[in-house]
Design a protein around this ligand. Structure first.
Ligand code: NDP
Length: 449
């Protein structure tokens, strides 16, 4: 284990996800450190792994029964060397400082890959919006923003959504921010189309992920048409990944939530997908209900005791994990390999464990890390910020075209960098090295700050 990892683990031993994210980066950048000895001399790893700032705060609010509830809020501002902090806000009971540090760390490099002038951060809370009334979610968002607003601004920190923070939450958060700030700035992204949002922002992470997968398949003379695809999750990223896959002629046979997954051997079509969109976004129901509605769809409950998640036992060509971190472990990876998959494209952040990634790379499976494959989300957030500052809105076709160009550019940068550093075809190394060099060079230009 490298000295920097030992130091990070001994300082914050409970932050497992953060250790994992740093380890994955450190494992890739050996060749860079060898070629650039001045990086180590300038302690770049020590600097880049220590957040510029972390804020934790109390979020008190009153539920519908009049009970006072207390949650913990966080803002991790990881690195602003190439632009203001930008990342997602996550509302989920599992949220803690280590998870937000991992998300913020990934975001630094993801944003660097887009070539937009954006630094990286993340925020969130252990509040669970699921099962709460709209009024409860509104009161929570208002209390959360009463502290967060001090740290936000279009040139300082501009968060967007992540797990548990969709259009409803962004609306309540933006309303509170605007009231507290007494100005209408674009210091949140994912806004509604009538009040500063961008067309295609909601679709961007999922669509971008599919554009990236299409580029990868093309390097091996293949396309997405007729490929059988497993998609996990049924949130923003998963549903838009499924939507674009179906539009490009692929056969999407699964979706999931934290309770279980649905499987449709015929492949989901536009009608079934629309049902799930309404189910998840408007009725706020569970994915199981899709199996009640459509006879051809089966439902399997999640099984925490099973070595292999039943979702990853199905036969498929391409795999799009779009739910959460570490949802594909070692045994899941073996199961997928035994079923002859060709490609794994991470829609979520860090959904594959390090062991699973090693198995995919060892078998020469096309593997795209989330920081490259799901960068379309932040890229279109960046385009939303541009439109806000210009006070205009681009057409959907214009945003989609820019998204395609950005995803192709990220894909090519990963491939070129991987080849230049002696690991051709390794998108993980390519993404890590290209992003790391961009951020580190900016830090070195700016001195020890
Ligand atoms: P959503 O909240 O919209 O959806 C999350 C989905 O994942 C839900 O189906 C949820 O199920 C499921 N899920 C959440 N936690 C778990 C868990 N512990 N085990 C199993 N399933 C779980 O989130 P997003 O779609 O926005 O985010 C999904 C992933 O994509 C995250 O890793 C996020 O960081 C990443 N991402 C998001 C971007 C965005 O713009 N939103 C951009 C780039 C990456 P349930 O309803 O049961 O909780």
């Amino acid at each position: 284990m490298t000295d920097i990892l030992k130091q990070i683990i001994s300082r914050d031993p409970w932050e497992r996800e953060y250790h994992q994210a740093v380890r994955e980066m450190v494992d890739s950048i050996g060749p860079v450190l060898a070629r650039q000895p001045h990086y180590a001399a300038a302690a770049v790893l020590e600097r880049i792994t220590e957040p510029e700032r972390i804020v934790t705060f109390r979020v008190p609010w009153v539920d519908d029964r009049g009970k006072v509830c207390i949650h913990r809020g966080y803002l991790v501002e990881m690195n602003s060397a190439i632009g203001p902090f930008k990342g997602g806000l996550r509302f989920h009971p599992s949220v803690n400082q280590g998870i937000l540090k991992f998300l913020a760390f990934e975001q630094v490099f993801k944003n660097a890959l887009t070539t937009l002038p954006l630094g990286g951060g993340a925020g969130g809370t252990d509040f669970e919006p699921k099962g709460r009334s709209d009024e409860e979610v509104m009161r929570f968002c208002q209390s959360f923003m009463r502290e967060l607003y001090r740290h936000l601004g279009p040139h300082t920190d501009i968060p967007g959504g992540d797990i548990g923070v969709g259009a409803r939450e962004i609306g309540f958060l933006f309303g509170a921010l605007r009231k507290l700030d007494n100005q209408f700035t674009g210091a949140l992204t994912g806004k509604g189309l009538q009040w500063g949002g961008s067309l295609f922002r909601a679709e961007a992470a999922g669509y971008g992920c599919v554009y990236f997968a299409a580029e990868m398949l093309m390097t091996r003379g293949m396309g997405l048409a007729d490929q059988v695809c497993l998609v996990s999750g049924s949130g923003n990223v998963a549903l838009h990944t499924a939507e674009k896959l179906i539009a490009l002629g692929a056969k999407v046979v699964s979706l999931s939530d934290s309770s279980g997954h649905i499987y449709d051997p015929e492949g989901l079509d536009a009608e079934k997908l629309q049902f799930v969109k309404v189910l998840k976004n408007i009725r706020r129901g569970r994915i199981r209900e899709a199996a009640d509605r459509f006879p051809g769809i089966s439902y399997t409950a999640a099984d925490a005791d099973s070595e292999v998640n039943p979702l990853w036992r199905h036969r498929a060509d391409c795999v799009f994990p779009c739910a959460t971190q570490n949802e594909i472990g070692e045994q899941d990876a073996y199961s997928l390999i035994n079923n002859n998959i060709k490609l794994v494209c991470e829609g979520a952040n860090m959904p594959c464990t390090s062991e699973a990634i090693d198995i995919f790379l060892g078998k020469n499976i096309l593997f795209a890390p989330g920081k490259a494959a799901n960068a379309g989300g932040v890229a279109v957030s960046g385009l939303e910020m541009v439109q806000n500052s210009m006070r205009l809105s681009w057409l959907g076709s214009e945003v989609d075209e820019r998204l395609r160009i950005i995803m192709r550019a990220i894909h090519n940068r990963c491939l070129e960098t991987a080849a230049a550093y002696g690991t051709p075809g390794n998108y993980l190394n390519g993404a890590n090295i290209a992003a790391f060099v961009r951020v580190v060079d900016a830090m070195l230009d700016q001195g020890v700050v």
